[in-house]
Structures are given as C-alpha cells and as structure tokens.
Design a protein around this ligand. Structure first.
Ligand code: MGD
Ligand code: MGD
Ligand code: MO
Length: 764
C-alpha cells in the first residue's frame, strides 16, 4: 500500500510461531495437554462447544479449525487436571488466602465440591447441594425486601442459564442485575439504541470480506480477539485499508503471521494489518471523528458550490435519518484548535483519516474498551455512528457499526433479559408465560449495587461467574462491601480472590465449564446456546469429562436456588433437567427465538434479526438519529496537564490474561516478561518526573473524596504512547480507579481515564 506508514514495517509479527509455542506452553502448564488439545479441535465447531474466549463470530464453513492462541489458553485453563478440593480449603484459612494473588488462586485448579463458609475456623468447608440451596432460599426469604439482593452476571453464562437467572430474580421480586457489561460495552448499547434503535452492531462476519476501509478504534485484537485479526489480515491482503486509532503502538495491529497459513508460517512472512496508525490521546476519539466529519462537510460544501454532486449519501440521509443539520452546525462550530488539542492528532493526520473514509465505498467501524470506558463514551459511540450515516454506511453489505464484544456470551445475556432497566414488553411477556408479576421498578447496575452494599441497603450478593471484587473499581471498598453482606453466593469454576470476600453466610458453588459434558438424570447430554458479536445464536455442547462428579451445571444451580426460595411452581426441576424446555419457554418470551430448538441444532445456528441491518430503525422517530453533542469541554489528559505530575491512566489487558484471570506473567507483544506491575510511559514524561526508565514508582489515585488510593511498587517502561497518557494492567490497578466516577449515561467506571500521579520510590 503506497501510503502505508513506513514505520509499521519495523517490528516483528504477532501470531506466528510465537503463538504456537505459547499454546504448547499453556497446554502443558495447565497440566492437561491431551484433554486441552483434544478440546481445542472442537472449539467453535458445529458439534463442539463455543470457545469460552471472546465473542468474535465463527466462519460460515465451520469445518476448518479456527486457531487462536488465546482460545487455547481459555480452554486449557478450564480443562486443567488440578483441583481445589475440600482438603485444600481445610489447609488454608480465608485470611491466609486473601494474601494470595489471582494467579496463584486460580492455579489451584477446578473447584470440586459445594463449599460453605465456616466463620469459627475461617475456612470453606464441604457441604451438600441440598443444604446449600435450603440455606440460600431461607436467607433470601428473610431479607426485608427482594431489592436487598444483587444478582450479578458475568458474560460467560449461557442464554439458558441467564434466562433462568433473570426469571428467578424477577419471580423473587427484583430487577437488581449488576452485569459485567455495565463495566464493558454499556456505552455501546446505550449509544446505539439512541442512534439506530438497537444496542448491537450491524455487521456480519461476511461484511469484513467486502469492506474497503475498516476503522479499528480503541481495541487490541491481537490479544483480545485474535480471530478478528485473521479477518483483518484477509481484508488487508485484498487491499482494504485498515486504519487504527490507538494511543499505544500495539504490535499485533501492525503485522500478523496467521498460524493457520502454512506458507506464511514456513516462510516466516507476515502481513501488515494496519495501513494507517493514529495515536490519539486517551479519550480523544470523539474529537478525532469530529475532525473527520468537519473535513467531510467542508469537501461536500466545496463540491456542491462548484456545481458537482454531493459526496454525502443524500438519499440515505433524507429517507433514513433525522438531525443532520443540528450536528453539522455543531461540527462547524467546533474549532480546529480544540479538535487537535483534545484528540492529540494534527490536522494533517485527521485529514489522512478522512481520506481513508472518503476513499472507501464500504466502511466498517469497530471498537471496544478504548472507546467505552471514558466519561463521554456514549457521545463518542454516537459520533462514530454519525460519521457512518453521512455516506450511508449502515445497513448495507461490507459496511456498518461493529462494537466487538468481550465475554463470549455477554451480548446474549442481555438479549435474554439480564437488564436492570428492562423494557415493558419483556416483563409483560414473562408475566404472561410464567404467571408471575415481575417488578416494574428499575434495579441496580454494578455501580448502584456497590453503593447499595457499601451503605448497607443491599445485604445479599449472588455471583453467576465472574470476579466482582476484582473487576470493579476501588478494590478495598468493594471487598469490604461484600464482607458486610449477610449472604454471598459465588458460582464458579475456579477459586479467585473475590471468593475470599465472604458475607456472614457464604457459599462457593462449583459448576461445569463450557467444555464439559452435561448429562441430565436420564443420561441425555444437554447443550446450551450463546450469541456472538454478530448476533449469531448457536449451540454449545461440552466434550470433556467433568472435573468432579459433584459439579452441577449453572442451569441446575440456579434452578436449585430458585426452587428452594420460591417453591417449584414454575417447574424449575423439569427445566434444569431438560434445556429444551427452557428454550421453548424462552422462545415465547424473547422475540426472534421462534422455533429455537429446531434452529439451534443447525450447524451455524441462526441469525437473530437485527432491524438496523435492514434499515428499519426502532427509534421513537423510526429514523436513524444523528446526535449533536458538543465535545467535552475538557477530557482527562487536558485536566491532568494543569497539575504538575498528573497523568491520565488507562488500565488494559496483557496478552496472558483473561480479565481477572491471569494465565501467565508475560505480555509478549509488548515485550514484557515475568511481571505485571508495570506502567507504560512516554520517555519524555519519565524524564519530566525525574525518573529513569525501569525506575520504580507508586501510582497514586485521586483523593478528592478524602479516600487514599495507591498502587505500590510498579516499574516504569518507556513506551511509544503520547505524553500525558500512561497505561498499566487491570486488575492490579483497580485500587486507583474510583467507584464514584462514571461514564455519562453509561455508569461505566472510568477504567481508561483515571487521573493519577506517580511517586518515585526511594531506591532501596
Ligand atoms: N485473551 C483475552 N481475550 C479477551 C479478554 C481478555 O482479558 N483476554 N477480555 C474480553 C473482554 S470482557 C473484553 S471487553 C474485550 C476487551 O478487548 P479490548 O478493548 O481490546 O481490551 P483492552 O485490553 O482493555 O484494550 C483496550 C485497547 O484500547 C486502547 N485504548 C485505551 N484507551 C483508548 C482511547 O482513549 N482511545 C483509543 N483509540 N484507544 C484506547 C488501548 O491502548 C488498548 O489497545 O476482550 C475480550 N477478550
Ligand atoms: N480497570 C479495569 N477494570 C475492568 C476492565 C478494564 O478494562 N479495566 N474491564 C471490565 C470488563 S470489560 C469486564 S467484562 C469485567 C469482567 O468482570 P467479570 O466477568 O466479573 O470477571 P472475569 O475475570 O471474567 O471472571 C473470572 C472468573 O469467572 C469464573 N468463571 C470462569 N468460567 C466460568 C464459567 O463457565 N462459569 C462460572 N460460573 N464461572 C466461571 C472463574 O471463577 C473466574 O475466576 O471487568 C471490568 N473491569
Ligand atoms: Mo468486557
């Protein structure tokens, strides 16, 4: 590509042999090379399980084994031979285990028995499922109000489990559904509903084969969505432009050797992915997109003034949208000084991005956490949608909006009713199907739940997977809030630090993982379903022998708790024993799931109709809505500049982690080995604070609410990242992310724009 940035050619490729070597290492380290390798062959296959890694779509011809290094890690992690048995818990008190790291705790292995907390010995002790369910039911019934209970969901839960879970909570009487997606793509959901009438993306995997330009914003697919990289690589190879916006120079976005491409592997070649790489400052994307729009409007004005046709898709705008004039006025009123300062990009760079946009017939915009974990994320998502509307890039082949989801079923969980603010139709349908009266009061999201627990308004916490204490901000505050609860219940596959923050009455309940065979009382294997980022719903059935005979499926655990709390009037036991019954009922409650049991058994499942992809807009006006938000007056890097020594910190993932699960201590693509307590910083900033590269510092968070926030002893790494912006890993740095600041309209913690200062540590 002639205009490709020459500096992209320097570095070594991502993927390739390094990825293969790393897979072998992780399969061996998991203590289950064989089971893991056998299982990998069934990942994302029609007759196998859905990969518990990410939510990227599966190819049409699912027969070719889709290789993904981080999928291997996720599978190996689950199919380990190590076990966290009652004997292990007898040996270690919870106080002692609280001193372990996430990495050490998960390495103990798979949970094997239902465990109850015994305060006298400060230990988890073995119990029976019947005892656990009976006590949980009794405790839930004893609360003053159902709204004192929090029902947390992590996005690995299947559609069937999530549907039963929301039914349980609503039949019990609350809409308190804090959900990992509140910390993740909430802003995408909120923004897209306002813009296009549905909180999901509009592209299918096939669209990536037709796009001429793909704009990748705030995302690190080499680590977090490796299979997406394969699709980007193919696009780049056929000449599509791939423009990246990312403050950090991410190696995996520059060059990639596809481990599935034998010739590339043998020749040691690689394909460049990004044809253009822009490094905005943290939180600068809205300004950058606005700059692009400003150039597009200016070009259009020049064209039409010269009597030539408009470069906008006037037919699409007239027929399908509302509000262009207000946005155009807002864009024209935003001056270049502000755009350049806030975005951290120059006019020339933004003009180059505008050329990419204008040079393409079909444009896809993808994004993830670099867009959604800021204060003005909803406005940024809507600005991206605005830009695509201008030339009609939504609802046609090869073009569209693509928020790339995180957890493998986080999108499906929302589809089937995990929503603290449920639409009326959902509750009406549930009430009709099950003869219950669902509560109409909105419930708690993650931040509301934390505040309610801190203030003692919520007294029970149930966690369907995940690691609430570690994934949320202000770790010590949330840990303490969990410990103040009367009841905590954690449903999990492996122990983690969050499980050591227990209420007065506490259970740790072991469940089957997605790779394991789930047989019902008649020996019939059960499947579950998930929905990927492209709204494809497909089946998933495990193939491995369960880690312990005592494990129950998530579905069975939810049904057990529900029956013990509410009695079996809704048929919990029958639904737990036969997932087809759940799907039948779900198909009558959630639109788009008609004939669910038939369609889910087709090889690639089925596509959940998404009206926006067909240019039907489920907004109140029945049009796609341009937003006209002003740019924020100041984003965090602009604020930080006013106080000497202040920086804006983003907390992201290393290559060897899955959220709070740490598989290993390397971050190969960023050149970090054997450690996680590091801060990436511009060399000039390192000098400016009087430190040296590799020097050690403490990260000090904001104390404007009187709280002391500090993450101690990190190593500074000189890195290609804009001045004023720094980066480090979550969950270690969550201690400096404040729980009382959040995105406007999304309530998402500001995990990518936390104000901090750095305190050099005295040399020992
Ligand atoms: N292997 C693996 N796979 C995963 C996960 C995992 O932890 N490990 N997590 C899963 C989950 S739940 C999710 S949500 C996704 C997360 O997928 P990502 O969003 O890719 O995750 P992060 O590591 O948070 O990376 C954010 C990226 O955005 C950039 N960024 C940060 N701030 C900004 C900004 O202001 N502007 C721009 N333009 N860029 C910015 C960062 O430099 C980084 O490259 O991945 C999913 N898949
Ligand atoms: N600072 C900062 N904080 C963040 C983020 C960030 O970028 N920066 N990202 C946010 C995002 S995007 C997300 S999605 C959240 C993630 O928040 P969560 O979803 O709560 O966290 P995970 O680390 O994915 O959960 C890991 C645990 O899930 C359990 N588990 C694994 N598989 C299964 C299973 O099949 N069933 C059950 N029941 N349990 C299972 C294991 O016990 C494991 O310890 O974190 C958020 N927090
Ligand atoms: Mo996520």
């Amino acid at each position: 590509m002639a205009e490709a940035d020459a500096s992209l050619k320097r570095s070594h490729a991502a993927g390739g042999w390094g990825a293969l070597r790393s897979c072998g290492k992780h399969l061996l380290a998991s203590g289950s090379a064989l089971m893991g390798a056998k299982a990998m062959l069934k990942a994302n296959q029609p007759d196998g399980f859905d990969c518990p890694g990410c939510a990227w779509g599966d190819p049409e011809h699912g027969s070719s084994f889709e290789f993904c290094e981080n999928g291997v890690k996720a599978v190996a992690w689950e199919s380990t031979e190590r076990r966290a048995t009652p004997a292990f818990f007898a040996e270690h008190s919870l106080s002692a285990l609280r001193g372990w790291t996430d990495y050490e705790l998960e390495n103990v292995g798979r949970l094997t028995h239902p465990m109850r907390y015994d305060a006298a010995t400060d230990r988890y002790v073995e119990t029976t499922w019947d005892e656990a369910f009976a006590t949980i039911g009794k405790e839930l019934r004893a609360l003053n109000s159902p709204d004192e209970a929090e029902f947390y969901t992590s996005g690995r839960a299947s559609n069937e489990a999530a549907f039963l879970y929301q039914l349980f909570a609503r039949a019990y009487g609350t809409n308190n559904f804090p959900d990992c997606s509140n910390m993740c793509h909430e802003a995408s959901g909120v923004g897209l509903i306002q813009s296009i009438g549905i909180g999901k993306g509009t592209v299918l995997l096939e669209d990536f084969h037709h796009a001429d330009a793909i704009i990748v914003i705030g995302q690190n697919p080499a680590t977090n969505h490796p299979r997406m990289l394969g699709d980007l690589r193919k696009a780049a190879m056929r000449g599509a432009r791939v423009a990246v916006l990312n403050p950090v120079r991410e190696r995996g976005l520059e060059r990639f050797a596809d481990p599935q491409d034998k010739i590339e592997m043998i020749r040691g070649g690689s394909t460049s992915i990004a044809t253009h790489y822009f490094q905005p400052k943290l939180g600068g994307d809205m300004a950058a997109i606005r700059g692009v729009a400003k150039i597009v409007f200016a070009r259009d004005a020049a064209e039409t003034a010269a009597g030539r046709p408009s470069i906008l898709d006037q037919a699409f705008i007239a027929e399908h949208t509302r509000g262009l004039d207000a946005w155009r006025a807002e864009v024209e009123a935003t001056d270049w000084g502000r755009i350049e300062d806030q975005s951290g990009l120059t006019y020339d760079q933004i003009e180059t991005l505008a050329e990419v946009y204008l040079g393409a017939e079909r444009v896809i915009a993808t994004w993830a956490m670099g867009v959604t974990q800021h204060k003005h994320s909803v406005a940024t998502v809507r600005e991206i949608a605005n830009l695509l509307f201008l030339r009609g890039h939504v609802g046609r082949e090869g073009a569209g909006l693509c928020p790339v989801r995180g957890h493998s079923n986080v999108q499906g969980d929302r589809t089937v009713g995990i929503n603290e603010n449920p639409p009326a139709w959902l509750l009406d349908n549930l009430d009709q199907e099950f003869g219950i009266v669902s509560p109409r009061r909105p419930g708690h999201n993650v931040l509301h739940a934390i505040h309610a627990m801190v203030e003692g308004r919520s007294r029970a916490f149930i966690g369907l997977g995940g690691n609430f204490a570690r994934a949320t901000p202000d770790t010590p505050i949330v840990t303490e809030a969990l410990r103040r609860c009367r009841l905590t219940v954690q449903i999990a596959t492996k122990p983690n630090l969050g499980h050591m923050a227990v209420g007065e009455v506490a259970y740790l309940l072991p469940c089957l993982g997605r790779t394991e065979i789930d047989r019902n009382s008649r020996g019939k294997t059960q499947i579950v379903t998930v929905e990927d980022s492209m709204s494809m719903v497909h089946g998933s059935g495990g193939i491995n022998k369960p880690a312990s005979k005592l494990l129950k499926s998530e579905v069975a655990i939810i049904a057990g708790m529900a029956a013990a709390t509410l009695g079996d009037g809704l048929g919990w036991a029958a639904m737990a024993d036969d997932h087809d019954l759940i799907r039948d009922r779900l198909s009558r409650v959630i639109p788009g799931f008609e004939d669910f049991n038939v369609r889910v058994r087709k090889p690639r499942g089925f596509w959940l109709r998404n009206a926006a992809t067909e240019r039907e807009w489920l907004t109140p006006s029945a049009k796609a809505e341009f937003s006209a938000a002003p740019l924020p007056i100041e984003v965090e890097h602009q604020q930080a500049r006013k106080t000497e020594g202040q920086f804006v910190l983003q907390t992201f993932r290393s290559h060897d982690q899955y959220n709070t699960t740490v598989y290993g201590l390397d971050d190969r693509y960023r050149g970090v080995y054997g450690e996680r307590r590091v801060v990436f910083m511009n060399p000039d900033d390192i000098a400016a604070i009087g430190a040296e590269p590799n020097g050690r510092i403490d990260v000090v968070g904001s104390a404007d609410d009187g709280r002391h926030r500090v993450a101690e002893d990190f190593r500074l790494i000189a890195y290609d990242i804009p001045r004023g912006c720094i980066a480090g890993y979550y969950p270690e740095l969550n201690v400096v992310v404040p729980f009382n600041k959040a995105g406007d309209g999304s309530d998402t913690p500001l995990s990518k724009s936390t104000l901090v200062s750095l305190r050099p540590r005295e040399a020992a």
